[in-house]
Design a protein around this ligand. Structure first.
Ligand code: ME8
Length: 665
């Protein structure tokens, strides 16, 4: 067993409703980190679970005419199904209704009571049932809960209290001595300010409902919320039951939570642990929220997005990628279906998919489908060394980003390598090398380097996109991805002679406007669904206008004024991927980037160019030509090309590096 352990947890989610993509984000985030640490050879314990007690659940069960047990059972089953569909590699799923947990909660409660850190008193205060939180008068906003804006009730009852106030000073000292404890660092001061306002003792039992773990020495009381919920992190690794296991994994390396419950994890939880004489977790990370158009997702607002439906439509990895790539460290991020599909098209289909696809095609055509042997190191050219050095830097930076709990930064790094591979192919032009037998050595070197960079890419991608990682690995003709470790990221691991697998593109390009227009879900939260509808309608008008306009085309002999020429908007576009048009020998469909704007251009140049020859070129496009359909494919512009008398054709490009989108005059 590895020496180094890594214990990571998600919050345990309430089974009051099915989970949405916000919950999916937290869990996918933890999964990517857990997978990365396993890849680094560490002994990982990844915990998730369900927080099943409390008045809220008791009421929800009553309303649905079910017992609480039956009610939570059914919902927890949907959690597990979702995690399975998202390929969440948790090591344990803890349910707070399990016996192992009851024992721990009761024992901690008893110990704190015996120590004098839990005492009985009367509580009178404003209580928010949905949040299960008492509020002082001063914290209410217009008489409502400051967290959820819902009305609060005045409650007076006998309760047990945890002496949290006693631990305010030790907690402040701990935070000062461990600046890394609260992440992101920007939240640390917020927490310190909260503690400095003065910590009140915490009500930790209730007598007004039954659905919970009884206080062991006073059965009228149910232990409620935080002592019950937070101690799950101890139960699951064998606290009071399996000393070895507990000693091995505690303290946790990181509790990952949303910013809504960061305070509970950085104030209540550490003080409970201090009272119990246990070390504190090394880090608590509070991430931002996945927002929709109407703000934070919540079931009561009716604006939640169901991850299962998205997985069904786009696949688990696309959903994982979107969430991880869109959420910057500690920040909120907006979800819309359009944004998700744009990510799929640009990063997964174009960048990643294309790098693999064109490589497979070239290997099949130029290297009999096998990874060639590279030339001796001495014959490497500077462009090769650049790629190799970049791969090493990307590996190092990815590792650093993940150590700093930032999978978003890691993905940006990995895609730097994907971009570099595509650029390397464009610049070395294997298709040109293949035409010259004297350059066969160089061709082998180039193709080996491409394969090796892609092998490293597949390994790097796998913790984030497990299915894709496996598929890419297979396509590279390799086996046993699970047996690979961090050390295998070293350059040179690709064995020459390996037979490359084949396959369809992993992420076919999505016709975003069409999908949104056809979307029957009526996804009101999709910011741009309405806009997409408008666009589709506008497209129809344009096509009608186009027919009328044909008659006005000037003949080539006519002279035009500068103003007339100025009507033609020419812009540079970078070719990101190219594919033949099914059933049309002459046509190629080019996906281009015009400075952030993506377009599809269908051009009659298949006789003159291999698709991969065009990828990476910066071409000139008539940007304001009315869209047209060629063999059913939408063409949103026209590329410029020159053809001589002998029928030789060349696409117009620029002679230096000018950014796509630039105006051509
Ligand atoms: O709070 N964006 O459970 P919960 C991002 N049982 N993350 C979100 C989100 C959003 N819009 N909405 C929810 C509880 N989350 C307690 C936890 S832990 C000992 C007890 C995620 O079902 C985020 O991680 O309300 C948030 O903290 C958690 O779900 C809340 O889940």
């Amino acid at each position: 067993m590895a020496d180094k352990t890594f214990y990571i947890t998600t919050p345990i989610y309430y089974p009051s409703n099915r989970l949405h993509i916000g919950h999916a984000y937290t869990t996918v985030y933890c999964d990517a980190l857990a997978r990365w640490h396993r890849f680094k050879g560490e002994d990982v314990f990844f915990l998730t679970g369900s927080d099943e007690h409390g008045q809220k659940i008791e009421r929800a069960a009553q309303e649905s005419g079910k017992t609480p047990e039956r009610y939570v059972e059914e919902i927890v089953a949907t959690f597990k199904e979702l995690w399975q569909r998202l390929n969440i590699s948790y090591d344990d799923f803890i349910r707070t209704t399990e016996k192992r947990h009851h024992q721990v909660v009761q024992e901690i409660f008893r110990r704190l009571y015996e120590k004098g850190d839990i005492y009985k008193s009367t509580y009178k205060g404003w209580y928010c049932t949905p949040c299960e939180t008492f509020w002082t008068e001063s914290k209410l906003v217009d008489g409502c809960c400051p967290d959820c804006d819902r009305p609060v009730e005045m409650v007076a009852e006998e309760s047990y209290f945890f002496r949290m106030s006693k631990y305010a000073r030790p907690l402040l000292d701990h935070i000062a001595a461990h600046p890394e404890f609260i992440q992101p660092a920007t939240r640390r001061n917020e927490m310190i300010a909260f503690i400095n306002q003065g910590l009140e003792d915490l009500c930790v039992s209730r007598t007004t409902f039954n659905w919970g773990i009884p206080v062991p020495f006073d059965e009228r009381h149910v232990i409620y919320v935080w002592i019950d919920a937070l101690t799950n992190y101890l139960t699951a690794i064998g606290y009071l039951a399996d000393e070895d296991k507990f000693g091995r994994y505690w303290p946790a390396d990181v509790h990952v939570v949303g910013k809504d419950i960061l305070r509970f994890h950085t104030i209540i939880w550490p003080t409970i642990l201090m009272a119990a004489g246990l070390p504190l977790p090394r880090q608590v990370y509070g991430h931002g929220w996945v927002l929709v158009k109407s703000g934070k997702m919540s079931k009561s607002k009716g604006n939640v997005v169901d991850p299962l439906a998205l997985i069904e439509q786009f696949g688990a990895d696309a959903v994982r990628y979107f969430l991880l790539r869109e959420m910057s460290f500690g920040q909120d991020a907006k979800y819309s279906k359009r944004a998700l599909m744009e990510r799929i098209n640009s990063d997964l289909a174009n960048d990643l998919g294309n790098a693999f696809h064109r490589t497979q095609t070239m290997l099949a055509r130029f290297c009999r489908g096998q990874v060639p042997a590279p030339d001796p190191v001495s014959s490497r050219e500077p462009i090769d060394a650049d790629l190799i050095n970049l791969a090493a830097a990307v590996v190092e930076n990815t590792d650093r980003a993940l150590t700093e709990l930032d999978p978003n930064a890691a993905l940006i790094e990995i895609w730097r390598l994907v971009g570099a591979v595509n650029k390397y192919i464009d610049q070395t032009e294997p298709w040109s090398l293949a035409k010259d037998p004297a350059k066969s050595g160089r061709l082998r070197e180039v193709m080996y380097n491409v394969c090796e960079a892609l092998r490293i890419t597949a390994l790097l991608v796998a913790p984030f996109l497990p299915e894709t990682g496996k598929a890419l690995w297979r396509r590279l003709g390799l086996s046993d991805l699970d047996g690979q470790r961090f050390a295998d990221l070293k350059w040179g691991g690709m064995a020459p002679g390996v037979e490359i697998g084949r396959g369809e593109p992993l992420f076919p390009r999505l016709d975003i406007d069409k999908i949104l227009a056809e979307d029957e879900s009526g996804d009101e939260e999709d910011e741009t669904a309405a806009e997409a509808g408008e666009k589709a309608a506008a497209g129809k008008d344009q096509q009608q206008e186009e027919k009328q306009d044909m008659s006005q085309e000037p003949t080539s002999e006519e002279l035009i004024s500068i103003d007339e020429f100025a009507k033609v908007k020419l812009r540079l576009a970078k070719v990101e991927s190219v594919a033949p048009v099914p059933g049309a020998d002459k046509l190629l469909a080019l996906q281009v980037d015009m400075g952030g704007e993506k377009r599809q251009i269908v051009a009659g140049i298949a006789k003159y160019y291999q698709p991969e020859e065009l990828v990476g070129k910066t071409i000139v496009v008539v940007a304001n030509l009315k869209p047209a359909r060629l063999r059913g494919m939408l063409s949103q512009g026209m590329l410029l090309a020159a053809e001589d008398q002998e029928g030789k054709l060349g696409v117009i490009t620029v002679d230096r590096d000018i950014a796509p989108g630039a105006v051509v005059r």
